[in-house]
Design a protein around this ligand. Sequence first.
Ligand code: PBG
Length: 340
Amino acid sequence: MANQSSNVSLQFPTHRPRRSRLHDWSRKLVQETDLSPRNFIYPVFVQEGSNKKDAVASMPGVFRVSLDHLLNIAKECVEQGIPVLALFPVIEAPLKSLDGAEAYNPNGLVPRVVKALKEHFPDLGIMTDVALDPYTSHGQDGVIDDDGYVLNEITSEILVKQALVQAAAGVDIVAPSDMMDGRIGKIRQALESNGFIHTQIMAYSAKYASAFYGPFRDAVGSAKNLGKSNKKTYQMSFTNSDEALREVALDISEGADMVMVKPGMPYLDILSRVKSEFSYPTFVYQVSGEYAMLKAASANGWLNHDQVMIESLMAFRRAGADGILTYFAIDAAKLLNQSK
Ligand code: PBG
């Protein structure tokens, strides 16, 4: 006993991890992960008309805007160093149909908005969603049969037309979010054979059937059309992880330039596995419900808004995300640029 207490060296830890945490400069020195506005993709909801800016109740700070307002948002993205803006259309009810044919109208809202954005901001990347849910009267991402089952091949053919119309309008990235089997390959082939060899594909590869999409469906107005039905026959089950790797492998083999995991915060394990398995450009979508949670809690004074915003975004980077689709993009970019 006496012997042990006289051996003073045993009373001190060999390593003091706290040493590097003592000073701000040394915390910076050992920082492993960075977050920059260049990592963000900003999702925006666009509607027909002019001077329209309608709040989305469940997403404070997010609006359904007409093109004139959208141009101001695009300008802010450029000023803040956000490389890409992702468009989600709000389609008027009379234009919705069983087969969502408005999705490939070359004079539709999305192609017109893409052209205007590229004209004003040629250096801002523009991404468009490839899926039929804003355009279908039933709110599903594709064409349904009598049982409400989304038909894979018929839907994929329409998605190909939609992607071609978007590419012809000048979009930089098409992003199929529909989860049909084989659609990445079909879209890639169609883009190539129509001369759109530079159009990038960001595949929503591991997209889960998630209740966290609720506020988004309010925003684009598909929630009431969808009613009590769900998307479980094509979006993945949140019980599964290996399956996400198979989905990603398929999309890469079919010609995706980038893959995505969605939602984000509850799926960091999936993001981490995808990045370490494939070392491929990997993106994550911090979806509407995640944004709503953080906004609601901080509005109540229960969480510190800016701190949880940055912490959640940094966590995506740490888990392996090259980039993040987030409704916080502009706020976070401003904060990061100020503190530079
Ligand atoms: C539509 C689509 C959805 C989202 C992006 N594209 C909703 C859905 O699949 O029902 C969700 C985004 C969000 O919640 O922020 N295919």
